[in-house]
Design a binder for this molecule. Structure first.
Ligand SMILES: Nc1ncnc2c1ncn2[C@@H]1O[C@H](COP(=O)(O)OP(=O)(O)OP(=O)(O)O)[C@@H](O)[C@H]1O
Ligand SMILES: [Mg+2]
Length: 357
């Protein structure tokens, strides 16, 4: 899978950007605030139809403009496809080879990307929301068809919470619970399936990254007690839910326990161990995709060399430049001398949203 060309119009500060990436490594170098992350974000939006750092589509459109447009040429298994995404204040439009995509899933299947950004250290260090976001993105990458279940769950949850806020009657809540429970169970099903697939990849990655000195484990920590049917549990939580005007159990409050040598990483891990854990998670995520799809995903590395210490950085670069990874990689940096890939790379200088060299 290869992104052969990227064109962005009025996306963030990219007024008109055109670039032809290398088949393997493209380094985007530039001072702060020039548009390096915006370029990764444009690629990410083509793959996921949403951003990793904005909640509102409107934030992605260049200030003062009505629409942003992103165009990509993708080659996969010898087949060329063009993908166009148009973003307005409230809408997204996707075309494949010039024709409106028949479904979101069709459009979403065209590009698989894995992002690694400094914020990812929060996966093991931060609150549960970071782990849920990581997991849901990874699940979506591996199983794009899970998106329908995720959406159904989000809608059902929103409706139930609105009813709780309005103090709606029990009989209506019963009906809402019946919508919510199966959707929630499917979401948990996707997540636990993914985690069990990830397990061997993660365990071997952590062992490699720490040269065998640590063992780590991931465990899904559901908010519904084991063996309890979610619908019964929702009913039992109802008094509490009414008091708090929100649904207090379900996938939206579940967590993943990340353990290092048997202890909860969030509590015991050192800074270096957090970096090792997150790096191992990302490597595991990539390997799982390679194993499942038979090809490497595109990798977007946002300024990671500044976040990883020298030895983890070297570890990552060795892995990416080595025989086990043959995918396309985009890296941002303020200084190309920080990029220590042991392979040829193309370096583009980004200034004020344009490729200047
Ligand atoms: N909707 C928008 N319209 C216009 N400019 C925007 C918009 N959103 C963000 N910007 C600006 O785009 C610029 C590029 O941001 P970006 O995050 O891509 O920079 P960067 O090169 O990654 O910088 P850093 O090295 O600090 O991470 C910033 O100056 C930001 O203020
Ligand atoms: Mg940036």
């Amino acid at each position: 899978m290869l992104l052969e060309r990227l064109v962005a119009h009025d996306f963030r500060n990219l007024r008109h950007l055109e670039l032809t990436p290398a088949a393997r490594f493209t380094v985007l170098e530039g001072d702060n605030g020039q548009g390096k992350t915006a370029i990764l974000e444009a690629i990410y939006v083509m793959a996921c139809l949403k951003s990793f750092r904005a909640h509102r589509t409107a934030d992605l459109v260049r200030h003062g403009e009505a629409d942003a447009r992103i165009h990509g040429l993708i080659v996969h298994d010898g087949v060329h496809r063009s993908l166009d995404v148009e973003l307005g204040a409230r809408r997204r439009r996707v075309s494949l080879d010039g024709k409106a995509a028949r479904s979101l899933t069709e459009a979403l299947g065209q590009l698989t990307v894995v992002l690694f950004a400094p914020e990812d250290l929060a996966i093991t260090k931060g609150g549960p929301a970071h782990r849920r976001t990581f997991l849901d993105r990874a699940v979506f990458n591996r199983f794009p068809s899970s998106l329908d279940d995720m959406k159904r769950f989000e809608i059902a949850l929103k409706q139930r919470n609105a009813l709780l806020r309005d103090g709606g009657p029990d009989r209506l809540l019963d009906a809402f619970d019946e919508q919510l429970a199966p959707a929630a169970t499917r979401v948990v099903g996707w997540r636990t399936r993914y985690l069990s697939d990830l397990k061997p990849f993660f365990e071997s990655a952590i062992s490699e990254v720490t040269r065998g000195s640590h063992h780590a484990e991931l465990r899904y920590e559901g908010s519904t007690p084991a063996g309890e049917d979610l619908i019964d549990w929702l009913r039992r939580r109802r008094v509490d839910d009414r008091r708090r005007s929100t649904t207090t159990t379900g996938p939206h409050v579940d967590d993943i326990g990340v353990f290092i040598d048997g202890h909860l990483a969030r509590v015991v891990a050192s800074q270096g161990q957090h970096r090792a854990l997150v790096l191992a998670l990302k490597i595991a995520e990539i390997r799982l995709l390679q194993d499942a799809f038979g090809y490497s995903p595109l990798l977007l590395l946002d300024d990671v060399s500044s976040e990883l210490d020298a030895s983890r950085n070297a570890e990552l670069m060795r892995y990416l430049g080595g025989p086990a990874f043959d995918g396309q990689v985009f890296l941002t940096t303020t200084d190309r001398r920080h990029v220590l890939i042991d392979a040829p790379f193309s370096c583009l200088t980004i200034r004020a949203g344009e490729v200047v060299a």
